[in-house]
Design a protein around this ligand. Structure first.
Ligand SMILES: [Fe+2]
Length: 237
């Protein structure tokens, strides 16, 4: 499986293009609508077939490119079954897997940043959305976030992966691009092994962050896959 990391500087969001070399089937994790032209150009240059767009959660800081990519490339919009995203084609949950060419993408439930976060595990790499960031994690103070739940998700679902598993996060604000499970267990200042649940809840309840700039447009728009138009029938994978 091949991986390309893509970055949106406005929202500091990472998207990831993953594909199976033998069949050229690809999935784009967390596409950003304002970067859709860049992404389509890359997909065409690499002669890939975009089979899916995969969301790690309903984003509050940018509008998804999933609906536009579906219109232009006929890709299948995949979201968590609890995300209320009525426009999606396929709903998934933890324990499912998504076939991609001769490979598979495993779905891991990692709620806590929101009530419906998922991480995707592919060949020794995990795409963690905002559940686990490099030396940090997503906030837990809106979208039904829950610090205790996020602690459990990271400790039980992510920190139980092999230590050399590459961690590809949903954002970074300090120029870093990748980490490993072992590195985060040792050095994450919020969720590292030296932090208790009480420590974590205390840290998260004292962050005093301003709301994301675009939350009021991004949330409703993302529940429509970033486009207007009628709902698509939902199927299970
Ligand atoms: Fe988020």
């Amino acid at each position: 499986m091949q991986i390309r990391q893509l970055f949106d500087p406005e929202s500091s969001t990472f998207s990831y293009l993953v594909w199976d070399n033998s069949t050229r089937e690809a999935a784009l994790i967390d596409p950003v609508q304002s970067q859709v032209h860049r992404d389509i150009q890359l997909i065409r240059e690499l002669r890939l077939i975009l089979k899916y767009t995969l969301e790690t959660h309903v984003h509050a800081d940018h509008v998804t490119g999933s609906g536009v990519l579906r219109q232009k490339l006929n890709s299948i919009v995949v979201v968590h079954e609890d995300s209320q995203t009525k426009c999606a084609d396929v709903q998934i949950k933890g324990g499912d897997f998504i076939p991609l060419g001769t490979k598979r993408i495993n779905v891991i439930n990692t709620p806590g940043h929101t009530n419906s976060d998922i991480s995707y595990l592919v060949n020794g790499a995990v795409f963690t959305g905002d559940s686990l960031l490099i030396r940090g994690c997503g906030r837990t103070d809106f979208q039904s976030g829950n610090a205790s739940l996020l602690y459990q998700s990271v400790r039980q679902q992510l920190f139980t992966l092999p230590g050399d598993t590459l961690v590809y996060p949903g954002h970074d604000y300090k120029g870093r691009c990748c980490s490993t499970i072992a590195e985060e267990m040792a050095h994450n200042p919020r969720l590292g092994l030296d932090k208790s649940l009480d420590d974590f809840v205390d840290i998260m309840s004292n962050l005093k962050l301003a709301p994301p700039k675009h939350i009021h447009e991004a949330l409703p728009s993302n529940l429509r896959c970033g486009v207007s138009g009628k709902d698509t029938a939902i199927t299970r994978l």
